[in-house]
Design a protein. Structure first.
Length: 341
C-alpha cells in the first residue's frame, strides 16, 4: 500500500483525483470520524457515489458543494454502494435536494428497507438476543435493549430506488466505470472500476489503514461472510499495483495487491489465534472478541466487534476446523469447539 499524493479535501471542497473524478470528505460522529465520498463527472451530469450519514453536518456540506464546486451541471444519479449508515444515511434527502434518482444493488436495498421497517423496539431486542447467543453478559444485553433505533437514527426514509447489477457501465467524460458487486463487508457492495485507466472506487472493500469490518448478518449467523471476503482478497491480490484505489475511509492509495495480501495474512493470523484458543476449551463469540481485539467496546463498536468475531468463527465452522456445540439450555450461548483431526 502506498498513499497517493492528493491533498485531503476541506469541508465544502473537492479534490480532483482523476480527470473526471473528485473526492469529498464528510464528518461522522464516531471514532472513525469521517467518510470519503466520490463524484464522477459524466456527460449527463454529476454521479454522486454515497451520501454520508443523516445529520445536519452532512446537509450543510452537501449544500456547500452543490452551490459551490458542483454548481455547473445537474446531478444525474446517486449511487449508494451499500446499506451501512455512513453511506446510505442521507440518500433520501440528497435525492430530494438534487432531483436525481438513487441506484443500489438489489440485495443492499432490500437489506436497508428491512432495517428501516423494523420497529425500533423489536430491532433492539434482536440485537440483545444476538448478544445473548454470543455469550455477552446481561448488562451488555440490557444496553442493547435500551439502544433503540440504532439504524433509523442515522438513516433518513428511503424513496424509490433503481437497481444496478454487476457489469453495468457508468460512462464518464474520459472513460467508463464498470459496476462490480462484492460480498464480504456487506452482501452486494458496489465497486466501480475503470480498467483502462486503472481507477478503482473500492469504497469499504479495500481500506489503506484499517481492516474492513466483516460481520455476519444477525438474521443468518452461519452465512460465511469472511469466506466471501477472503475470496475477494485473493482475487484483488492479482490487481495491477499501479491502480489508483479510492477507499471509503482514510486516503486514496496504490499497491492494492500488496494491501489485499496483507489483509489476507491478517485474517489467517486471527483465525490461527482462534484455533489456538479453542484448543484449550470451547469458546463463545465473546471469548473470540477477547482473542481478536483484547478489549471492551462501547455500544456502537460492540455491535461490529461481535459481528466480526462471529464471522471468524462461522468461517472456521465452514472450513470444518470447528463445530458449534449443541446448546445445553434454551438461552445458553453458542460454544465453538475445535473439530477432532
Ligand atoms: Zn460499510
Amino acid at each position: 500500500m502506498e498513499r497517493l499524493a492528493f491533498d485531503t479535501p476541506e469541508n465544502g471542497q473537492l479534490t480532483k483525483v482523476a480527470d473526471d473524478l473528485y473526492w469529498a470528505r464528510f464528518s461522522l460522529p464516531f471514532r472513525l470520524n469521517h467518510i470519503n465520498l466520490y463524484i464522477i463527472d459524466t456527460p449527463d451530469g454529476w454521479v454522486l457515489v454515497d451520501s454520508g450519514i443523516n445529520a445536519d453536518s452532512t446537509a450543510q456540506q452537501w449544500q456547500a458543494l452543490l452551490s459551490g464546486p458542483l454548481a455547473g451541471q445537474p446531478v444525474s444519479r446517486i449511487i449508494i454502494t451499500h446499506h451501512h449508515i455512513d453511506h446510505i444515511g442521507y440518500a433520501g434527502p440528497l435525492s430530494q435536494l438534487t432531483g436525481a434518482p438513487i441506484f443500489m444493488s438489489e440485495e443492499e436495498v432490500t437489506k436497508a428497507r428491512w432495517l428501516l421497517e423494523r420497529d425500533d423496539n423489536l430491532f433492539a431486542d434482536l440485537v440483545a438476543d444476538t448478544y445473548a447467543a454470543n455469550g455477552l453478559d446481561e448488562a451488555h444485553c440490557a444496553l442493547a435493549r435500551s439502544d433503540k433505533g440504532r439504524f433509523s437514527r442515522h438513516v433518513a426514509p428511503l424513496p424509490e430506488v433503481q437497481t444496478l447489477t454487476a457489469g453495468d457501465i457508468i460512462k464518464s467524460r474520459h472513460g467508463s466505470f464498470e459496476i462490480r458487486l462484492d460480498k464480504g463487508h456487506s452482501h452486494a457492495h458496489i465497486g466501480l472500476v475503470d480498467k483502462a485507466r486503472g481507477l478503482y472506487i473500492a469504497v469499504d472493500f479495500l481500506l489503506p489503514r484499517i481492516s474492513p469490518n466483516i460481520s455476519v448478518d444477525m438474521r443468518d449467523l452461519n452465512d460465511d461472510m469472511l469466506g466471501a471476503y477472503l475470496t475477494y482478497l485473493a482475487e484483488a491480490s492479482d490487481m495491477d499495483e499501479g491502480w489508483h484505489i479510492f477507499p471509503g475511509h482514510d486516503w486514496p492509495f496504490c499497491k492494492g495487491a500488496s494491501r489485499a495480501k496483507a489483509l489476507l495474512a491478517h485474517h489467517e493470523d486471527r483465525l490461527n489465534a482462534l484455533r489456538e484458543a479453542a484448543a484449550q476449551q470451547p469458546i463463545t463469540v465473546t471469548d473470540a472478541m477477547g482473542v481478536l481485539f483484547g478489549k471492551v467496546f462501547e455500544a456502537h463498536e460492540l455491535y461490529f466487534a461481535t459481528g466480526e468475531a462471529r464471522a471468524h468463527l462461522t468461517h472456521l465452522v465452514t472450513r470444518g476446523d470447528m463445530t458449534i456445540q449443541p446448546k445445553s439450555a434454551l438461552n445458553a450461548p453458542d460454544y465453538f469447539a475445535l473439530s477432532q483431526p
